[in-house]
Design a protein around this ligand. Structure first.
Ligand code: AMP
Length: 462
């Protein structure tokens, strides 16, 4: 029997959500024929002026759920700056701006992306021209607010926090304070996220005006989509890259022009895996925060347009990025929190398509995997690997890996990180030397505490 949800979906179209004809046509032109559940449930209350918290599984059409009603209201009374969208990552900011631009083309929408790593003076000029929509990462927008008065956010009608849980939980606190102080109090506030966290729950009761709340029926449903095949391969840590290479070679031989996204734990391992794969004749692009913004955008664009089949990224790519046809996600490390796992694997099996996620599990990750399985209410299934074949390529991969590490030393990767950290501290008005000394002291104190706790515990057991 057809569920109520399905029947409702069958009956609905964008015009039944009280969207204007030009927007309905624009959706049709872009191949969006029927609203997704989050769109069906959130667009009407947003149009009626309610604050909104929307939670839905990844690839559910969350962006259009706020872009469409905002465009409709904007077209009735266009001025700049009308709407501010905050995003935790630069790439996601560009992606949201793209949706505004594409859907808002018929009304000549002007947008401005304000993110770190791009020229601040160009951004300030664009902001002074009063674009309708500003999409920003908090740090750079706070920098502009602190340093210039060429634009005002006092009249904005909409504030959107995309991936709101990450924005509210992360290190964005001081920047958000600067931004919230600069905003109009009369605005409508819209929060969207793929995971419901305590922070969001708290926000519902504290900060907003009786917000409308929409979420998929259960947390498990939000967590990961059913078209996603979730696998693991267990291996000794030392030979992880040989397994990675075997999986990649096999997958690429079986799939024509595939799209594979590999997540790594750190910028350094991201860079090192990229160099190693290139040495093994697998062209790939790398996306992490120690490469400049133009290279980051170009890596993403080359991957999206299938010029390269493999993108290696840190968690900078795990939130909200819509890369339409990712078929395979590989977790080179197991993320420390189930939420991060959900966001990573959410880059595939989007909008009803199938996809696979393979997690490379070592003896040290078993607890983490259990926590993930508990959260997603699904057991990961073992992915079969020909051990003999892995052993056959082990030597070659180890050589490539060593060469990659030597290359990293040559380009002084650690030094680059230090310089970037110092630049960031200077931007925050702190003295890098003092901060380093403070951190070293903190670290020593923590170590001392841990030691004394261990001592107490062993006294108790003896
Ligand atoms: P999002 O959850 O916003 O990242 O959206 C994921 C993808 O779904 C994007 O590529 C959208 O273009 C697509 N999408 C959004 N709304 C619809 C819809 N109503 N029908 C089909 N695809 C959609």
């Amino acid at each position: 029997m057809e569920s109520m949800e399905k029947k409702q979906e069958g009956l609905n179209n964008f015009s039944s959500l009280k969207l204007d004809k030009w927007l309905v046509n624009q959706c049709k032109n872009l191949g969006l024929n029927r609203p997704t559940p989050i769109q069906r449930n959130c667009i009407p209350p947003i149009l009626q002026g309610q604050d909104c918290i929307g939670c839905a599984k990844t690839g559910s059409g969350k962006t259009a759920a706020f872009v469409l009603p905002i465009l409709q209201k904007l077209s009735e009374d266009p001025y700049g700056i009308y709407c501010l969208v905050l995003s935790p990552t630069r790439e996601l900011a560009y992606q949201v701006a793209d949706q505004f631009r594409v859907l808002g083309k018929p009304v000549g929408l002007k947008d401005c992306v304000v993110v770190g790593g791009m020229d601040m003076i160009t951004q300030a000029t664009e902001l002074s021209k009063q674009p309708h929509v500003v999409v920003a990462t908090p740090g750079r927008l706070a920098d502009h607010l602190n340093s210039a008065s060429t634009f005002s956010l006092k009249k904005i009608k909409y504030l959107v926090l995309d991936e709101a849980d990450r924005l509210l939980e992360g290190n964005f606190g001081p920047d958000l304070e600067v931004i919230f102080d600069a905003l109009s109090k009369k605005r409508q506030t819209l929060l969207f996220s793929a995971t419901i966290t305590q922070t969001l729950e708290q926000l519902r009761t504290i900060a907003m005006k009786e917000p409308f709340f929409y979420s998929c029926s259960s947390e498990a449903e939000i967590a990961t989509v059913d078209t996603l095949d979730q696998r693991y391969v267990l291996m000794p840590k030392q030979v992880k890259d040989a397994y990675l290479l075997f999986i990649l070679q096999e997958y690429m031989a079986e799939h024509e022009d595939p799209s594979i996204l590999i997540f790594t734990s750190t910028c350094k391992s991201c860079h090192s895996v990229a160099i190693m794969l290139r040495k093994m004749n697998l062209p790939c692009a790398a996306l992490h925060s120690l490469v400049n913004q133009r290279t980051r955008l170009s890596s993403l664009a080359r991957f999206k347009s299938n010029q390269v089949n493999i993108l290696i990224a840190t968690d900078v790519a795990s939130r909200g990025l819509d890369i339409p046809a990712v078929q395979l996600i590989i977790n080179h490390n197991i993320p420390g929190s189930p939420t991060d796992y959900i966001h990573r694997v959410g880059r595939t099996a989007r909008a009803g398509r199938g996809g696979m996620a393979i997690s490379l599990v070592t003896q040290f990750d078993v607890q983490l995997v259990h926590a993930i399985e508990e959260r997603i209410k699904t057991k990961l299934v073992e992915y079969p690997v020909e051990e003999n074949e892995v052993m056959r390529i082990l030597n070659e991969v180890s050589v490539a890996k060593r060469e990659a590490e030597l290359k990293l030393e040559e380009i002084d990767f650690g030094e680059k990180r230090k310089i970037n950290r110092h630049k960031q501290l200077i931007r925050e008005g702190k003295d890098p030397e003092e901060e380093e000394a403070r951190k070293r002291k903190e670290w020593k104190e923590k170590k001392k505490m841990r030691k004394s706790k261990k001592g107490e515990a062993s006294m108790k057991t003896s």
